[in-house]
Ligand binder design. Structure first.
Ligand SMILES: [Zn+2]
Length: 503
């Protein structure tokens, strides 16, 4: 049977140490994945790119709040009441199913948003059974997706593993306001693990029970949702898919951010600004423009706290368009709720007036972005399979090889490897198998440059530098190598002006 792209990528990811199912020796569990050595570096490099955007370019400081959260936080935010899915359980085998998905899948009718009583009625009337064992299904009920635990011994103090990082930021509002010396508006960012006890995750790495999100919570004046730097992105075009087009099964609109705001598709500049920045961020990871779109939430998918929300989606081979980022206007819902329950004043002075800030939230699913980056980097031709990562995010920057593993060449290559590590490069030294196989292994994990020490290296202190994408090579002096590689990786020079052509 022919493998699809997802299988091919996951096969490389497993074999080469990007992604492994968690607790594999015990049979593993759906929705839990470990990052192997290369996946871990790739993920960190992507997170670093995200920080370049939000921490450095936008100037939003980062916090790291706890993943274990006391109950009142999620009572105020509405998660204990609203963060639920309808579920039905099998009486015989105990398996749980999303009730609405089960109905949609077996009967082909859309029941999104229906109450559990109505779902139970449909299950009974149509005599639906457990898809796994044919057993009887129980009445539908609400199932909260948060992992509940207790803090300390006994059951007095309830805690939850956070399902989003946002709440940890909201409750720090006053501290952050002081940190910014009352300068308003301001943004706060956070990258961290979150937990959602999904009912039956069946999309591999794309639906996880523990994953990493990167979020910015931008506190703005409710009366002014213009963006001071909107002009920088206003003329950028992308594919917008507003709700009215989705209603009539219409088309995506290839328009600029300015047009999207002016024509009222997107509520205001703040949302449009971060949608464009997200597109640029994804492009910097090698995801092409034509695989990116901004899709507005339909009224029935809009979260209880949001007045407008756009998903930035990436087109995937197996799963079609998937959400990698959600950009929402959460209004004052959360800030107000925490102010009320904690009896804290969360207002800010704007022009002599006390206002409750509104929150603009771009929220990124890092694991999905890692997958999309892998998928877009995947290349296959008659000679080889390789990952064409942008150089700035490739996990291993440089491969270092002796041409043969004898006659003093390994020692020479190790000396070069040492020089490059001292200069700060993540390298991979490899002397096993033929040089062709070593190039192939380096290409497969997306190493942008491979250095080979050959017999000339001993004579004239030069090595060859091979480019992953073109497979062309040049000769460079060892004394200049670190500097040349630095410039190549930053894209300041290309291979042709990096050294003398070789072969
Ligand atoms: Zn069953």
């Amino acid at each position: 049977m022919k493998k699809d792209k997802y299988e091919k990528i996951m096969e490389i990811a497993r074999r080469r140490g990007f992604l492994w199912p968690s607790a594999e020796i015990y049979g593993s569990v759906a929705g839990l994945f470990d990052f192997g050595p290369l996946g871990s570096i790739l993920k960190h490099n992507i997170e670093q790119k995200w920080r370049e955007l939000y921490l450095i370019q936008e100037g939003f400081y980062e916090v790291e709040t706890t993943t274990l959260t006391p109950e009142p936080v999620f009572i105020a935010s509405g998660h204990t009441a609203h963060f639920v899915d309808p579920i039905t359980q099998c009486e015989k085998c105990g398996e749980g199913f999303r009730a609405d998905h089960l109905i949609a899948g077996t009967l082909g009718i859309a029941v999104g948003g229906k109450k559990i009583e109505e779902l139970t009625k449909i299950i009974r009337e149509n005599k639906l059974r457990c898809p796994d064992c044919g057993g009887n299904l129980k009445d539908a009920e609400y199932y909260n997706l948060m992992f509940k635990t207790t803090i300390g011994p006994g059951s007095k103090r309830i805690g939850f593993m956070r399902p989003e990082t946002a709440q940890g930021i909201f409750i720090l509002f006053n501290r952050m306001l002081r940190f910014y010396r009352e300068q308003f508006p301001f943004g706060v960012i956070q990258i961290g693990r979150v937990y959602r006890n999904e009912i039956s995750p069946r999309q591999g790495i794309l639906r996880l029970r523990e994953f990493t999100i990167a979020e910015a919570e931008i506190f703005v004046n409710p009366k002014d949702k213009s963006h001071p730097r909107f002009a920088e992105v206003a003329n950028e075009k992308l594919a917008w898919y507003p709700k009215n087009e989705q209603f009539k099964n219409g088309k995506m609109l290839e328009i600029t951010a300015r047009e999207a705001v002016k024509n009222g598709y997107v509520l205001h500049e703040q949302l449009a600004y971060y949608i464009v920045r997200t597109k640029q961020f994804l492009e910097s990871l090698g995801i092409p423009n034509d695989a990116i779109r901004a899709r507005q939430h339909m009224p029935n998918e809009l979260a209880h706290y949001a007045i407008d929300c756009w998903d930035v989606e990436v087109k995937t081979d197996r799963f079609g368009w998937i959400e990698v980022t959600g950009i929402a206007d959460r209004t004052d819902y959360d800030v107000k709720a925490h102010a009320k329950l904690s009896k804290t004043d969360f207002s800010v002075k704007v022009g002599g007036e006390n206002v409750i800030p509104h929150v603009i939230e771009p929220s990124y699913g890092i694991d999905r972005i890692v997958y999309c980056t892998l998928e877009q980097a995947y290349r296959e031709d008659s000679k080889r399979t390789y990952l064409a990562f942008p150089k700035s995010i490739a996990p291993v920057r440089v491969g270092v090889f002796p041409l043969v593993s004898k006659n003093g060449l390994p020692e020479k290559a190790q000396e070069v490897d040492r020089i490059l590590r001292i200069a700060g490069f993540i390298t991979n030294y490899d002397e096993s198998g033929s040089i062709g196989r070593r190039y192939a292994r380096a290409d497969e994990i997306g190493t942008p440059y491979s250095i080979t020490a050959d017999y000339d290296t001993i004579k004239d202190q030069t090595v060859t530098v091979r480019d992953r994408d073109s497979t062309r090579q040049v000769r460079v002096k060892i004394s200049e190598l670190a500097n040349v590689l630095q410039k190549l990786l930053l894209g300041e020079i290309n291979l042709d002006n990096a050294g003398a052509p070789f072969r």
